[in-house]
Design a protein around this ligand. Sequence first.
Ligand SMILES: *Cc1c(COP(=O)(O)O)cnc(C)c1O
Length: 355
Amino acid sequence: MKKYNFNAGPSMLPREVIENTAKQILDFNGNGLSLMEISHRAKYFQPVVDETVALIKELLDIPEGYSVIFLGGGASLQFTQIPANFLIKKAGYVNTGTWAKKALKEAKLYGEVVEVASSADKNFTYVPHNYEIPSDLDYLHITTNNTIYGTELRKDIDAPVPLIADMSSDIMSRPVDVSKYIAIYGGAQKNMAMAGVTFVIVKNDMLGKAPRELPTMLNYTTHVDKGSMFNTPPVVPIYSLMETMRWVKAEGGVKEMDRRAKERAKIVYDEIDRNKLFKGTVAEEDRSLMNICFVMNDEYKDLEAPFFEFATERGMVGLKGHRSVGGFRASCYNAQTIEGVNALVKAMKDFEAQH
Ligand SMILES: *Cc1c(COP(=O)(O)O)cnc(C)c1O
């Protein structure tokens, strides 16, 4: 049966990315060696890193003076590495959910941290807007898409201080004004690649200012200076990342990804709002285009498990909402298709007709 993949991460990738990566795993560029067997320092692999960096810079229109590096440890290690490198005295964090809270917690190990705004009062069902940002912060940390709660900022805010963003789950889904940020990071496994690699975009002239001695591996300068080759990089995940960036470019770039995201999300949210069985979980203006969360309407609560089963029988995978929200979550990253969201909407309509 055809599967429709709504997994939140690791998540759906373009079919050709998977096929091309599989081919290179069997025989890398006709060299008779697998992508898994070559040295990362061999002349074979350097062009992959170079092209991946160049494509990310081109697609996001990254200005001069920034580096793109590939690391291990996931976005979760960045929660530590960001403050270790950038927190001098005081940092601000916007608390918009589970991941934002984890980032804030780690930053406290390195200095004073202010929670500048929070949506905890309504269980993270909205994104705070129009809050005051102290002008003496070293940086303001935001999470542009809240993967678990299904809220999204979807713009680059104006702030009197440099921004740092966790863009794990919306990177490459819209144009970004990178010049407003001194760092952008994320696990690549949501919208860019297979699991195993973390991307970090850093502003070079902001490095080396932290008033502490950093372990070599935690110092961004180490990885910038060595072009992500200080230690062995995750070769296969980086290759899959390059293939995805080629695909994004060939499909029309981040503007086209943005258009598609809006088109897909409208189809699903329109049905959530129309269908008597379901309701959305977050403030309308902050609805995520990437992770669409919805629950059964109160009078149909007992139909949750039956709908899940109904959708599963039609090939839908990964629809279960995160345990802190419940209900359903349809993740619609770049590779998600109109066919996929139409199949979901059809299931919602057909299920409604039965009840
Ligand atoms: C998935 C996710 C993370 C955690 O990523 P890991 O690579 O697993 O550490 C952090 N932030 C956001 C917004 C995420 O979606």
